[in-house]
Design a protein around this ligand. Sequence first.
Ligand code: SF4
Length: 280
Amino acid sequence: MMQSIIHTYLRPEKKFPHVWCPGCGNGIILSAIVRAIHGAERNRNEVVLVSGIGCSSRAPIYTDFASLHGTHGRALAFATGIKIANPKLTVVVISGDGDGLAIGGNHFIHTCRRNIDLTLIIFNNNIYGMTGGQYSPTMTLGAHGSTAPYGNIERPFDICKLAASAGANFVARATVCQPFLLENYVKKGVQKKGFSVIDAVTPCPTIYSFFNKTGTGLKMMKTIKEKSITIQKAQSLPDEETGNKIVTGIFANRDYHEYMAVYKKLMEKAKRSKEDEGPL
Ligand code: SF4
C-alpha cells in the first residue's frame, strides 16, 4: 500500500488506534502539524513535540518525533527547558485551551513575553474534553460545561490578541475547516525565530456537544465555517458585529529579539568577565 507523507511520520505499530472520538478535529490539526514540519524541511531527528494533558496532548505520542507528554499546564515549561538545553532543536508544543490557557496561563503569557523560539499550537475547542467538561478560558458567554451548568458568565480570552499583546513574534488563527491555511500558519510559526502561537479552532462533538447540544462533528464544523471571517473583514466591521465570529488570519508577524539569541550573548559576556578575573 502506498504511504502518504503523514503516514511516514506516525507510529502505527506502537500507538494506534488513537483515543480521539469520531468527528473530533484533533486529527486534522495533527495532520496539518506533520505536513507543516515536513514542508519546513526539518530533520525529524531534531524535532521534539511536547504536550501537557488532555485530548490534544495525546497528539505527540502518535508521531515518530522525539516526544514528551508532560504534566497538566506545564508543556511550555518543559519545552523551554528543552530549547535552552539544546537550541538547535525545533520544539513544537501542543496544548488545549484548558491546559494552555488556564492551568498553564501564567506559562503562556511569560513565554510570549520571553519570546523564546518555540511553536505552540492550541487545539481550541472551548472546553476541557478529556478531564471532565469544565468550562475553559475560551468558552463563550452563556455556553455550558460541567462547571457552568447555568451558562458561562466569564468573558473568554482571545488567544491571539493575548499572545500578540504579550510579545509573541508570530500569532495566527485558523480552523479545522481550513486545513491548508492551518498547515501554512504552523509552517510559518516553525520557520519564525521567536515564539509562535497558532490558535487552531476545532469541534469537540462528544463533551462540548453533550453540554451544549451542538450536534455531530460535521454539524459543528459547518457552524465553525459559517462563523468564520477573515481578520481583514473583521477590521472593517464594528466590534458588536464581530463578537460571536471566529476571526481567522495573522495577528502578529514581527521580529522582536529572541530569548536564546540574547541569552547566548549574555553567557559569552559572563564567560569573558570570569576569564578577566583570572584564576582563583
Ligand atoms: Fe475530541 Fe472531545 Fe472526544 Fe476529546 S472528548 S477526543 S476533544 S471529541
